[in-house]
Design a protein around this ligand. Structure first.
Ligand SMILES: O=c1ccn([C@@H]2O[C@H](COP(=O)(O)OP(=O)(O)O[C@H]3O[C@H](CO)[C@@H](O)[C@H](O)[C@H]3O)[C@@H](O)[C@H]2O)c(=O)[nH]1
Ligand SMILES: O=C(O)[C@H](O)COP(=O)(O)O
Length: 247
C-alpha cells in the first residue's frame, strides 16, 4: 500500500487469479491512488492471496455475495481504515495492465469538475456475444428516470466522491448497481461525466455461460429500475399530497 494519492481504489474480485496481480500492480502505480483494496467476493481460486502478495489490502467475503455487495464492503473498509472522505475509484479485476489508463477517471473528480465519472471503453479485441438487450434496458431506464444519456451504462469503472456515494446508497444488488448509481446520482442533482478510457477487459462470450450471465444482468438491472420507478412514483404522490394539504 502507498499513502501519497488522493482516492481509494476498490477492486471487487471473484475468481480472478489469472488477472488480479497485474490489475493491482497497474492501479497501485497510479499517482491519484492512495491505497488499493481488493474485495475477494468468495473466490475459490486464491484470488485474495494473490492480491495480498501484489500489495493490496484484502477484505474477504467467506461466501459469494455479488458485485454490489463487494463494492459496499470495500467502501466500508476504506471508511473504517482512515479514508472516510476520499473519492472512490471502482475497478474491475480483469483489466490487467490496461488499468494504468484509469487516471482519466480520477482527475475530474479530484479537480471538483464532476461528482461521478464513468469509463467509456474502446472497441475490444475480442467480439462480445451479446445483442445489446441489457445495455438498451439500462440506457433507456436511465434516460426515462434521470433524463441522462449514457454511452456505456453498464461500465463498472467509476470514480465518485463521497457526496455521489451517499446519493447512491443503498446500492442496488448484483449487476444492477451501475445503472442504479447513475440514476440516483443524477437525480440528486450531482454531475456525471462519461470519460473515454483505453481499458481492455474480458469480454462476455456467446456460449451458454455468457447468455446466463446476461440473463442475470438483465434481471438485476430490471429490478433496480423497477425499484426506482416505484420511488419516483411515491415521491410524486407525496408532492401532490403536500400541495393539496391546506396550510
Ligand atoms: O459475484 C461476483 C461477480 C463478479 N465480481 C467482480 O465484478 C467485476 C465485474 O465482473 P465481470 O464478470 O467482469 O463483469 P462483465 O460481464 O464484464 O460486466 C459488465 O457489466 C457489469 C454490470 O452488469 C459491470 O459491473 C462490469 O463492470 C462490466 O464490465 C469483476 O472484477 C469480477 O471479478 C464480483 O465481485 N462478484
Ligand atoms: O456483453 C455485454 O456487453 C453485456 O453482457 C451485456 O450484454 P447485451 O449485449 O445483452 O446488452
Amino acid at each position: 500500500m502507498t499513502d501519497s494519492g488522493e482516492c481509494v481504489a476498490i477492486i471487487p474480485a471473484k475468481d480472478e487469479a489469472g488477472r488480479i496481480a497485474a490489475t493491482v500492480a497497474a492501479v497501485s502505480a497510479l499517482p491519484q491512488v492512495a491505497t488499493v483494496i481488493v474485495v475477494d467476493d468468495g473466490s475459490a481460486d486464491g484470488t485474495g492471496a494473490l492480491a495480498l502478495a501484489a500489495g493490496a489490502a484484502v477484505v474477504t467475503h467467506p461466501r459469494n455475495r455479488g458485485k454490489a455487495a463487494a463494492m459496499t464492503t470495500g467502501a466500508d473498509f476504506a471508511a473504517e481504515h482512515g479514508w472516510p472522505d476520499l473519492p472512490l475509484l471502482y475497478v474491475d479485476a480483469d483489466l490487467e495492465q490496461s488499468a494504468a489508463a484509469l487516471g482519466v477517471l480520477a482527475d475530474p473528480v479530484l479537480a471538483g469538475d464532476a461528482d461521478l465519472t464513468i469509463a467509456v471503453l474502446p472497441p475490444q479485441s475480442t467480439a462480445g456475444g451479446g445483442r445489446g438487450f441489457v445495455v438498451r434496458l439500462a440506457r433507456n431506464g436511465i434516460r426515462e428516470l434521470a433524463g441522462f444519456e449514457t454511452t456505456q451504462p453498464l461500465s463498472g469503472m467509476r470514480c465518485l466522491n463521497r457526496a455521489a456515494y451517499t446519493a447512491a446508497q443503498p446500492f442496488a444488488r448484483g449487476w444492477g448497481v451501475e445503472t442504479a448509481m447513475t440514476v440516483d446520482v443524477v437525480r440528486a442533482g450531482l454531475r456525471v461525466l462519461e470519460v473515454p478510457a483505453d481499458l481492455h477487459h474480458r469480454v462476455t462470450g456467446a456460449d451458454w455461460r455468457g447468455q446466463l450471465h446476461r440473463a442475470e444482468q438483465y434481471r438485476d438491472v430490471w429490478l433496480a429500475l423497477a425499484a426506482r420507478r416505484g420511488r419516483a412514483l411515491a415521491a410524486r404522490v407525496r408532492d401532490r399530497g403536500g400541495r393539496d394539504t391546506p396550510p
